[in-house]
Design a protein around this ligand. Structure first.
Ligand SMILES: [Fe+2]
Length: 125
């Protein structure tokens, strides 16, 4: 998408504490460096304030740290009743979702299979 309004990247140095296997993670940092790119996010905001549509494009680069594949840091919404739609453009992956009360769910991501995360839980479309 053209006209992004925001952009950020996360490198290995930003991912401490995310992976279970700390030894594998530390070995990856030693091998590739703390500035090794893990993922990037482009943001497109239609405006500010309530009702503004936000579209984010996340690109997760291939990577494996022990038995875990590369992941994003994940996030919580400031307003938890806000739904979110994930649509995989290419490649494959898994969307991991967790509610504040500890329920979790993993949904495969493949091109053409959208996944909706309503504010009250998570379902795959
Ligand atoms: Fe979100």
């Amino acid at each position: 998408m053209a006209g992004r309004t925001g952009f950020y990247e996360k490198c290995l140095g930003d991912m401490a504490g995310v992976y279970r296997d700390e030894r594998a993670f530390d070995a990856a940092v030693a091998a590739h460096g703390a500035d090794h790119l893990v993922y990037r996010v482009e943001e497109h905001r239609s405006g500010d304030g309530p009702g503004a549509l936000i579209i984010g494009t996340s690109t997760v680069l291939p990577g494996r740290y022990g038995d875990e594949f590369a992941v994003t840091r994940g996030h919580l919404h400031a307003r938890p009743d806000r739904a979110e739609l994930y649509h995989c453009l290419s490649g494959s992956g898994v969307l991991l979702m967790e509610t504040l009360d500890g329920r979790s769910r993993a949904v495969p991501l493949t091109p053409g299979r959208p996944c909706t995360c309503p504010g009250t839980g998570c379902t795959a479309a």
